[in-house]
Design a protein around this ligand. Structure first.
Ligand SMILES: Cc1cc2nc3c(=O)[nH]c(=O)nc-3n(C[C@H](O)[C@H](O)[C@H](O)COP(=O)(O)OP(=O)(O)OC[C@H]3O[C@@H](n4cnc5c(N)ncnc54)[C@H](O)[C@@H]3O)c2cc1C
Length: 67
């Protein structure tokens, strides 16, 4: 994530909270790590990718050499 939107740190904190919430043991006491990671990607990847694209775009605009 580029720094151009100031959203990366907040997104990282949301990612951590989402992962912690998903990493709960099932009724048998085990954690389905593969399933958790799949659900985590499904939940978080679209927003993270949207912010990443927007911050990259803002960086291009801000660093453009206007002639
Ligand atoms: C120059 C710059 C300035 C920025 N300024 C801002 C700002 O002002 N505000 C803002 O909100 N965001 C800013 N960002 C974006 C923000 O820093 C990132 O979006 C955020 O740090 C991502 O957090 P993360 O925990 O997902 O990943 P990271 O911060 O990249 O942390 C990942 C960690 O995992 C470690 N790691 C990687 N692979 C392994 C491995 N195999 N085993 C063990 N450890 C591993 C890495 O060493 C690293 O410590 C900036 C980014 C850059 C590059």
């Amino acid at each position: 994530m580029t720094p151009d939107l100031g959203q990366g740190a907040g997104c990282g904190l949301e990612d951590a909270a989402a992962l912690a919430a998903l990493l709960r043991p099932g009724p048998d006491g085990d954690v389905d790590v593969v399933g958790v990671l799949e659900r985590y990607s499904h939940l978080r990847a679209p927003k993270a990718a949207r912010l990443l694209r927007a911050s990259r775009f803002m960086g291009r605009v801000a660093q453009r050499q206007w002639k």
